[in-house]
Design a protein around this ligand. Structure first.
Ligand code: GLN
Length: 449
């Protein structure tokens, strides 16, 4: 059924960059064989899944939505992928994304934008718009994404799906092509909170190959996602994330969602987090700084594309030509911003200041979590925008992550859950919890269903 749905809709939605029906069926048969041989498999065994194209997979190319890696097949699997295979999930294909996960619309993908299944003239968010669109269009029940500034949650919100960013260090980044290493984190994209919790439990847990991986047991997320009651829970509404610049319908759905939490027994208070207003500008120094360093490895020598190597050019000329041809506009913009922010003489003023803001954001969270169990906000200020609408104006594109970025800066757990429609388009409620308290995200999000 998934393969048929993909065949019918992918020409419009462009959610998948690579699909291999034969290979998918072979994986499904292998799961049957494992079961027949008496292996105890978990609840997701045999379930088809889409994997964002920045996870290394030995059986599919891993392009990161970039010409730079077109056709590149990694020699190893990401830990997240290994865990999917061990749990018997069937990897049906790789999903579209903004180039190297930079963007909020999938329009920076070198392989064309994905479309929002709710309205094909609109974007499905980004960078993981392919994963969210695939789930929203019933092409697959599950997908995995990665979230550096909102790339799981914002696409979730604008496609009416669930998207959760785990606590930083909760899921392994090994084999997830690095974008901004101190912010990147895997997580599930699904249709329900319970599905997300099931998938989250599969991909979470300690991995010695990720230096930031947390060596603690994975909490009971599925149990939390089955809860229907919030009595004893204190919910903080972030005062800074409900004012000017938010679509009216988004705010209305947000107020209704908060009311539902109250009806489920939560005590709701307003909480001020003043440093959150500086999260976006600080992110756009830290993120490009780390990105410029991580993308330095794409030099035409080690992986993927090599341009202009006709035997007459120096290595440096080939590197320049390769990077000129291989990276899109947004990548080049951020490499320039990032190298500038890190350069001697400017480092303290830009990168150093941004790191101080990051500490203030963490302090805001710490203070808030002394008084409340979770914080909530709209996931994103507007519903899905039109394809092309924001491409010429990077600032308006960056605004899509206004509410999601603080959780990346602080490394805490954060998820987006469908909260109804505004003008016929989906909205999302964001639930933020302290690090390693991912279960609270599910408990609160599940109440909206
Ligand atoms: N939209 C943000 C950016 O462009 C976040 C991307 C992400 O989370 N990968 O950087």
């Amino acid at each position: 059924a998934c393969l048929e749905q993909i065949e019918a809709l992918n020409p419009i939605v462009n959610a998948f960059l690579a699909v291999d029906p034969e290979h998918a069926l072979a994986q499904a048969r292998a799961v049957d064989a494992r079961r027949a041989a008496g292996e105890e498999l978990g609840p997701l065994a045999g379930v088809p899944i889409g994997v964002k194209d920045n996870y290394c997979t030995t059986d599919f190319p891993t392009t990161c939505g970039s010409r730079m890696l077109e056709g590149w097949v990694p020699p190893y699997d990401a830990t997240v992928v290994t865990r999917l295979r061990e749990a018997g999930l069937v990897i049906i294909g790789k999903t579209n994304m903004d180039e190297f996960a930079m963007g909020s619309s999938t329009e920076t993908s070198a392989f064309g934008p994905s479309r929002n299944p709710w309205d094909a003239e609109r974007v499905p968010g980004g960078s993981g718009g392919g994963s969210a669109a695939a789930v929203a269009a019933f092409m697959v029940p599950l997908a995995v994404g990665s979230d550096t500034g909102g790339s799981i949650r914002q696409p979730g919100a604008v496609t009416g799906t669930v998207g959760v960013k785990a606590t930083y260090g909760g899921s392994s980044r090994y084999g997830l092509v690095a974008m901004a290493s101190s912010l990147d984190q895997p997580g599930p994209c699904t249709r329900t909170a319970e599905d997300a919790a099931l998938l989250h439990e599969v991909i979470a847990g300690h991995d010695p190959r990720d230096s930031a991986s947390i060596d603690r047991p994975v909490p009971d997320l599925v149990g939390a996602a089955r809860a229907t009651d919030l009595s004893g829970m204190r919910v903080g509404v972030v005062a800074e994330f409900r004012g000017e610049g938010y679509e009216e319908g988004v705010l209305a759905r947000f107020e209704e969602a908060v009311e539902l939490l109250r009806e489920a027994g939560a005590e709701v208070v307003e909480v001020s987090c003043p440093a959150f207003s500086y999260a976006l500008p600080a992110y756009y120094l830290i993120q490009p700084a780390e990105l410029s360093s991580n993308l330095a490895r794409f030099d035409g020598m080690r992986y993927g594309l090599r341009a202009g190597d006709d035997g007459t050019r120096s290595a440096e000329e080939v590197m320049n030509l390769t990077r000129e041809a291989g990276f899109g506009r947004e990548g080049k913009r951020r490499i320039i911003i990032g190298t500038y922010a890190l350069s001697a003489g400017y480092y303290d003023a830009y990168y150093g200041s941004a790191q101080k803001v990051r500490t203030l954001i963490q302090a805001d969270f710490d203070r808030a979590f002394e008084a409340v169990d979770v914080l909530v906000s709209p996931t994103t200020p507007t519903t899905a925008f039109k394809v092309g609408e924001r491409m010429q104006d990077p600032m308006s594109m960056y605004m899509a992550d206004l509410c999601t970025i603080p959780s990346n800066m602080a490394g805490n757990a954060s998820g987006s859950f469908p909260s109804g429609l505004s003008n016929g388009l989906p909205t999302g409620l964001q639930v933020m919890a302290p690090p390693m308290e991912d279960a609270r995200v599910y408990r609160v999000g599940a109440v909206l269903e």
